[in-house]
Design a protein around this ligand. Structure first.
Ligand code: NAP
Length: 306
């Protein structure tokens, strides 16, 4: 694969940035990968495991001379970082991000981007419940979607180049406007995470079911909630604070449907339950047919352990 950027600066060295560093360096997609993170400890680990070509202590040093800058911190930190890096950005550079919410990032980062620098918000729809510089792996983006949300009037050549990088890292790329992105993600990711957090919290509160029973019988469904509910608390706090409207809209609908199911159970309306579960089963089939999950029993876990 040929080199697309001469210097990529990664701000934040967590799951997403470390996976990007590994994929970019594996395939020679950039001349150099420079990284920085907030804490000495994270920068020390990044150096120790050789994540980047160079690890530097400040965001200003990281972006100097970079033709691609990737904001890969929790969303709530991005506005202040954008303000700090603005005077150090190279003319013609592209600034992108990987945040899970887009409108809030555009509002926080956009005003700081100087003329002559391209700003192309992005979101790779790939992740795990792990965080930090050791959690990355270069295959994270394989077969997943990456959404780019360039504001109107963005230079198409800059968008094409960033899309080429994501494709080279294994992703498929879609362009979407920020409002659409935030609504779609509220349905597919943000509301499900909140429901998982709630379900695990409820089990924790339910002292009638002892802890050992919860753990022992978790494969009956609960285990999959616990994996999602183990996700990084800072990242998810920021997702809900910044995608408030779309998440509340979906949760409103969710609550109505939950009440309808609750009523069907109370009144013994088996037809309602059966019809509902038939519809949801078809959605699962669609996801498998689109190659976004495996239909192996146990969600492919047994195969993944081999
Ligand atoms: P992570 O593993 O939790 O790591 C966050 C990184 O950001 C850490 O290296 C942290 O440094 C650094 N950081 C935090 N505040 C900073 C600041 N003010 N200046 C410089 N660095 C700072 O993060 P992640 O899971 O990769 O998530 C990063 C972004 O990707 C988030 O916006 C998230 O919404 C998005 N995203 C995540 C997933 C996922 O599944 N995890 C999927 C798609 C998109 P220290 O370690 O020194 O604190």
């Amino acid at each position: 694969m040929s080199q697309l950027y001469s210097r990529v600066a990664l701000i934040g060295l967590g799951l997403i940035a470390s996976s990007m560093a590994l994929a970019i360096r594996r395939d020679g997609l950039a001349g150099e990968v420079v990284g920085t993170a907030r804490s000495d400890e994270t920068r020390r680990i990044a150096e120790e495991i050789g994540l980047c070509d160079r690890v530097v202590p400040t965001v200003a040093e990281a972006v100097a001379g970079a033709d691609l800058v990737v904001l890969a911190t929790p969303i709530g930190a991005m506005g202040a970082i954008a303000e700090e890096i603005a005077p150090h950005l190279a003319p013609g550079a592209t600034v992108t991000d990987v945040g899970s919410v887009k409108r809030a990032v555009v509002e926080a980062v956009g005003p700081h981007i100087p003329a002559g620098v391209h700003f192309i918000p992005g979101h790779p729809l790939a992740g795990t419940e792990h965080s930090g510089p050791r959690s990355g792996f270069p295959e994270l983006f394989d077969g997943r979607w990456c959404v780019l949300a360039p504001p109107e009037g963005t230079d198409p050549a800059a968008v094409d180049k960033l899309a080429a990088l994501w494709r080279a890292m294994g992703s498929q790329v879609d362009l979407m406007d920020v409002a659409r992105h935030d609504l779609v993600l509220a349905v597919t990711s943000h509301a499900p995470h909140l429901i998982a957090y709630t379900m695990v919290g409820v089990a924790d509160d339910l002292r009638r079911v002892t802890d050992s029973e919860v753990v022992k019988y978790s494969a009956a469904g609960f285990r999959d909630f616990t994996r999602i509910a183990a996700s990084d608390p800072t990242m998810w706090r920021d997702v809900f604070l910044t995608n408030k409207d779309a998440t509340l809209e979906i949760l409103g609908r969710f609550t109505e449907e939950l009440f309808a199911l609750q009523r069907a159970i109370r009144t013994g309306d088996g037809d309602h339950l059966h019809d509902y579960f038939t519809r949801t089963r078809a959605i699962r089939r669609g996801i498998i047919e689109a190659g976004q999950d495996t239909d192996a029993p146990d969600f492919g876990r047994a195969a993944a352990r081999k």
